[in-house]
Design a protein around this ligand. Structure first.
Ligand SMILES: Nc1nc2c(c(=O)[nH]1)N[C@H]1C(S)=C(S)[C@@H](COP(=O)(O)O)O[C@H]1N2
Ligand SMILES: [Mo]
Length: 220
């Protein structure tokens, strides 16, 4: 991955397109001229399917199921009625780009786990995107961290469709591929089920390391 990152900086979109299609460059979270400088702090928009899936805020549902005591079927309003958390962190893709100080708002995953009640024997979470293809995984202890959330807010507004709205996962301490966009379902399972990129060689434990230039302090 370190090698890929270095190549990514040199050849940009070509390498990124091998890892996930880049559909459109968007303005940096911090804005300004940096958006025009190749390799600078802008988000790349990724999807592994043909374009973006889209649902209206009214039709959106998040299901929490699998090994739980009380399966949940939540609307966007249900999520917004839960205690909200704001995190401001760097967002880092394993290919080398990083966007500093991005503001996310949403519900801690630990809160959803408590609401659903984790059944005995569950040790991991499997996340499904409503794009029908993308998946991600976390262990139960990773999911309970105070910097892991289901996000509906981004930079003071909603999470846009290209960024995975209306609701995406946001796993602050890990590389971006853990932060599944267009989040449709969370299932509690008895062992880690490697996600989309993890099945193709990315680390299942995707901690962002200090050697990768992260400069916000880890929570723990
Ligand atoms: N559904 C879905 N989620 C996804 C991806 C994807 O292709 N599809 N790409 C992942 C990767 S590798 C990164 S770095 C981030 C990028 O988020 P962005 O597209 O909002 O910049 O989304 C992650 N979540
Ligand atoms: Mo990524």
């Amino acid at each position: 991955m370190a090698g890929l990152g270095a190549v990514g900086i040199l050849t940009g979109a070509k390498v990124q397109s091998a890892l996930g299609r880049v559909l459109q460059p968007v303005t940096s979270a911090s804005g300004g001229l940096s958006a025009l400088i190749p390799g600078s702090d802008t988000f790349r928009i990724y999807t592994v399917t043909d374009g973006f899936p889209s649902v209206t805020a009214d039709a959106y549902r998040l299901k929490v199921g699998g090994m739980v005591n009380r399966p949940l079927d939540l609307t966007l309003d249900d999520l917004k009625a839960m205690p909200s958390t704001t995190l401001v962190r760097d967002f880092q893709c394993v290919t080398g780009w990083r966007v500093p100080n991005v503001r996310w708002q949403g519900v801690l995953l630990s809160h959803l786990l408590d609401a659903a009640g984790v059944a005995p024997g569950a040790t991991a979470l499997a996340f499904d995107s409503f794009d029908g293809t993308y998946t991600a995984s976390l262990t139960l202890s990773q999911a309970r961290r105070p910097d892991v959330m289901v996000a509906y807010g981004f930079e003071g507004g909603p999470v846009s469709t290209p960024h995975g709205g209306p609701v995406r996962l946001y796993v602050a301490p890990m590389y971006g591929y853990k932060s599944a966009k267009w989040l449709g379902a969370i299932n509690l399972v008895s062992g880690v089920e490697p996600g989309y990129w993890e099945q193709q060689g990315y680390d299942v434990d995707a901690w962002i390391g200090a050697s990768n230039g992260r400069h916000d302090a880890p929570v723990s």
